[in-house]
Design a protein around this ligand. Structure first.
Ligand code: ADP
Ligand code: ZN
Ligand code: ZN
Length: 756
């Protein structure tokens, strides 16, 4: 079990302190201890290259290789100990596996306040309780306040607010009582008020009960579970039941991970209201830094029993962790795209294994990686059979009594050409919903007004000035905005290339669809949900309440709307345009598209009225739509998996990508060519002694060759064996770190890369 193992040495005699720092060098740094009390895990301040940095103490020693005249002293020790041994072990694993400097791995996992050169003060809140009767002579005639405090404590446990009502000077009196052991206190964490208990516990159906029982039967050991349940099958209900049982054990903690917390505000409130007896904190990027620190410390101290967070929360120290849950496990936002390129799902698996606890991965459309791990394979001509390592739990029907899966149809746009983005059939279907007083959702995964601004005279297209990408027209703000780097430029009044004043927006995006619908259905109440409309903190919550209250007739949105929302009166989902994704050169595109469409289709028919999904496409015969119409993810996944096996793509093989970028592409190319050549030479030289060394590809440029003024390139490495790939990467990184060009470019190894 994960428990905070005592941190060993506390010493002032060992005079060398070995620390890790947030610098891109993969090593420890030795400092002299000038007589301060230091222990392993402490935060310290040290001088480094003319600056002061925060470091974490890894070890105390009596000797060092650093010559005496070069040895500098630590400047300050903070009392807090951010890490326990279990968390450090997890971080060590990640630094090794992702080939990222350990010091940076460790420090990046901390809340910002703990990376700053000052003590981490949070206002903790306490509850005070008498532990024994206080003799009369203890108070004597000394203090009125003391007597009042005792009298109040005799009525029961007191919060600080209650005590403050007695007297502003209560703290001093309380300190006297605590010093003499009459009072103990325990930390409480601020919890937001939970919803009224209207969210009653339903009786589990057979599929749910089976899932809950299966996991609970093996809750005392490491076991990954893949909870594969269609949208609305009641996965969240399963999580809640698991938590209720696991947390009934004293002190037990659980970690729930979600892709993007701010997109699913009602998920958090559902946990809060159904599990109100357990203190819950959330950890995500929308918190203020002081909230973040406070919540993190509540998790670390054990005061928080439930932590609900996004990918970084996978590293949160939790001394009594007994269960991990990853909702929407297929979501690509679990993969970190800068710094250490970790995948929170994979890290969760490692953590669960280290802790010896179950981990539940939930999805209606599991990632192919997880699917593969859950079903295994029969073996192929070249590869041996693989036994499944995950256990599969399937939930095929919607849980709520009346809710049925929606019917899915394709509209062939070659026969019914869309006008302003909408086919006549889709328009009719919306009209029908308006007449019936039901709601519609239109899905288009592109925000802005139009993806392209075009000159019909000379074929000029508006580009981003910093990226090799088109600039998207945002008509309302009258700007061209790059969705990759955020750069904005004014909309030109005439073509910069030929002077033609007649520039036309081409294609559809959310703003333009909104405009079309307002013209088409002037009486309808239309709302748009994309990154542009919900920037403000509570904008999405406000909008969702308006939908629930029936104040909106038609919703237009990007994938933001696809996740987890439950609209009882929504009976139509229209999908405007997915054909570009259908034919993307990225081999993962169809897996993603299927998940996205299944998710967005899942918004229809969640109440007692049946739902309908209409997909506009020029390729209705495509296998992806056939599987989607039958809502048969398993068949689709099996087919994709076979394809990946044949092409030797993940998850059939393992990949890592050496990525490099610089302002000057020549440097990138020179570096990557060198790397690729040296790698191939190494592989050739060791081909007989080390089997399964990776296949090394030539350097290539990614789809977006220039991003934010940086020219990019990469080299792909691929092997059937994870271990062999890892061994090779270790050699490769050592080689790179001494390469003359490595300081002139930015490079990173993206292990299990999803994008390149
Ligand atoms: P998922 O997470 O799989 O999308 P949810 O847990 O959100 O599904 O459940 C979908 C809906 O079904 C919710 O409104 C929920 O309250 C309801 N529900 C879940 N389990 C049951 C059940 N056993 N009986 C009746 N309704 C249920
Ligand atoms: Zn022109
Ligand atoms: Zn750009």
């Amino acid at each position: 079990m994960c428990s905070t193992s005592a941190l060993p040495q506390v010493s002032s005699s060992a005079s060398i302190v070995r620390v890790v720092l947030d610098v891109p060098l993969d090593r420890w740094f030795d400092y002299l201890n000038p007589g301060l009390t230091v222990r392993e895990g402490n935060r310290v301040v040290v001088p480094f290259a003319g600056r002061q940095l925060v470091g974490i103490v890894m070890a105390l020693a009596t000797e060092t290789d650093v010559p005496e005249h070069k040895l500098k002293a630590i400047l300050q020790v903070f009392e807090d100990v951010p890490f326990d041994a279990a968390t450090l072990k997890l971080l060590r694993f990640c630094a090794d596996y992702y080939h990222y400097p350990f010091g940076q791995t460790v420090l990046a996992s901390l809340p910002l306040r703990l990376r700053q050169i000052k003590p981490a003060v949070t206002r903790k809140m306490w509850l005070y309780q008498l532990t024994q009767a206080v003799p009369v002579d203890f108070v004597g005639k000394r203090q009125q306040v003391l007597a009042k405090v005792i009298a109040r404590l005799q009525q029961g446990e007191c919060s600080e607010a209650m005590l403050a009502e007695i007297s502003a000077g209560w703290r001093k009196a309380m300190q006297l009582l605590m010093d003499d052991g009459f009072v103990s206190r325990r930390e409480v964490i601020a919890t937001r008020p939970s919803l009224p208990a209207s969210d009653q516990a339903p009786t589990l159906n057979d599929e749910q009960a089976h899932a809950v029982n299966a996991v609970l039967a093996e809750r005392d050991r490491f076991q990954p579970w893949l909870l594969f349940g269609v949208t609305g099958s009641g996965k969240t209900e399963v999580y809640i039941r698991l938590l209720q049982t696991v947390l009934a054990e004293p002190q037990a903690q659980a970690l729930i991970m979600v892709p993007e917390i701010n997109l699913t505000p009602q998920l958090e409130s559902r946990f809060r209201s159904r599990l109100s007896e357990f203190p819950l904190v959330s950890l995500h990027s929308h918190l203020s830094e002081s909230e973040r620190l406070q919540n993190w410390q509540a998790a670390q101290s054990g005061a928080a029993r439930i932590v609900i967070g996004t990918r970084l929360s996978v590293f949160t120290p939790m001394p009594h962790l007994k269960l991990m849950i990853l909702d929407e496990e297929h979501d690509t936002s679990y993969k970190q795209q800068d710094g250490m390129r970790y995948h929170a799902r994979d890290v969760a698996l490692v953590r669960a294994k280290q802790c010896g606890i179950p981990v539940v991965l939930g999805s209606a459309t599991p990632s192919l990686e997880s699917w593969y791990n859950a079903i295994g394979d029969q073996g192929q001509a070249m590869a041996p059979a693989r036994k499944p390592t995950y256990r599969l739990l399937t939930m095929k029907k919607r849980a709520a009594a009346q809710a049925k899966l929606p019917k899915i149809f394709c509209i062939d746009t070659t026969h019914s050409p869309p006008e302003a983005g909408l086919t006549p059939q889709l328009k009719q279907a919306i009209e029908l919903r308006l007449q019936r007083g039901e709601q519609s959702l239109l899905f288009i995964n592109r925000r802005g007004y139009a993806p392209v601004l075009h000159c019909s005279a000379c074929q000029w297209l508006a580009d981003c000035r910093r990226c090799s990408a088109k600039a998207v027209l945002h008509l309302r703000q009258r700007v061209l905005r790059c969705h990759h780097c955020g750069d904005e430029q004014p909309v030109p009044v005439q073509c910069p290339s030929c002077g033609n004043p007649d520039l036309r927006p081409v294609g559809q995006a959310t703003q333009r669809v909104e405009e079309t619908l307002q013209h088409m259905f002037p009486q309808a109440r239309v709302a748009r949900v994309d990154r542009d409309t919900i920037q403000a903190k509570d904008a999405l919550t406000t909008l969702l309440s308006a939908v629930h209250a029936g104040e909106i007739d038609i919703l237009i949105g990007t994938q933001m709307l696809a996740k987890g929302h439950d609209f009882a009166n929504l009976t139509l989902v229209g999908v405007l345009d997915t054909d570009s994704a259908l034919h993307s050169p990225d081999y993962r595109a169809s897996e993603r598209l299927f998940a996205q469409l299944m998710q967005v289709a899942g918004r229809a028919g969640r109440g007692d009225k049946p739902g309908e999904v209409l997909i506009q496409t020029a390729f209705p015969q495509h296998a992806l739509f056939a599987a989607l119409r039958e809502q048969n993810y398993a068949a689709f996944a099996d087919e994709l998996l076979e394809e990946r096996m044949a092409m030797q793509f993940p998850p059939a093989t393992h990949i890592a990508v050496m990525k490099a970028e610089a302002a000057d592409y020549h440097l990138v190319h020179a570096f990557l060519s060198d790397f690729s050549q040296a790698a191939r030479d190494y592989v050739q030289a060791h081909a007989t002694s080390l089997p399964d060394l990776p296949l090394i590809y030539e350097p290539v440029r990614p789809g977006i060759a220039k991003l934010n003024r940086m020219e990019r390139g990469y080299v792909m490495l691929q092997s059937a064996h994870r271990g062999a790939l890892q061994q090779f990467l270790q050699v490769a990184v050592t080689w790179v770190r001494t390469h003359p060009l490595q300081a002139k470019i930015r490079w990173v190894i993206d292990v299990d890369a999803l994008e390149y």
